[in-house]
Design a binder for this molecule. Sequence first.
Ligand code: HEC
Length: 201
Amino acid sequence: MERDRAARHRKRTAYAAAPLAACVAAVACAVGGAFLLAPPAFAQEGGPRAGPAAGAAGKKIYQEANCVGCHRWHGGGGGGYGGAALSLRSTALTREQIVEVVRCGRPNTGMPYFERDAYAADGCYGLTKQDLGDAVPGAGVRFLRPREIETVADYVVAEIKGKGDPDHADCTAYFGEGSRVCQQYQRPGSGEAGGRPPGER
Ligand code: HEC
């Protein structure tokens, strides 16, 4: 059994499975956010592949799957009941890695999984629910089909990743022109778009 597992791990890309196995063994995984970060070679972005429909459809999934509840409308993340949701604006993950995180969640963290069969076989990081025990992440508010997972990943890549601090234009793009929610992003008296409240990420 141990040997089978080790063999399975070897088949997986080493950057994901090996540290994860160590992490599971240690149970307490303080470095949560760091353990799946890719080495620089993997962090190269091949450019967004979002289709024209990805924007609206992706935003809908972002809301319905409650990504917005933890990562907030702008993806900046922050503290919450699920732990500190990482910033999707400053994420280094590629589209494929984002797809994997959404499918599988992150063991030992508040990031839920959205693929119904995640961990049923060894399709997530080479691990099953049995392997993970208590470290298995929670399920999302609803499961997403593979296509929906790709669509929301495209949305993250096209609309959120690499965008810097959220500003008034980002806010009205999300909530609509004239939205009161976005007043906080306007510099008082300037009437100009682009104000950034201090500390807002
Ligand atoms: C219940 C709260 C919660 C929900 C809902 C949630 N996330 Fe997360 N997410 C987290 C937390 C917490 C982390 C940080 C995990 C860690 O420490 O590694 C995270 C991490 C991530 C990461 C990894 C970022 C990185 O740079 O490593 C991605 C990508 C991501 N979430 C996307 C999504 C998407 C897309 C959705 C909706 C389909 C979603 N999340 C829903 C809490 C949540």
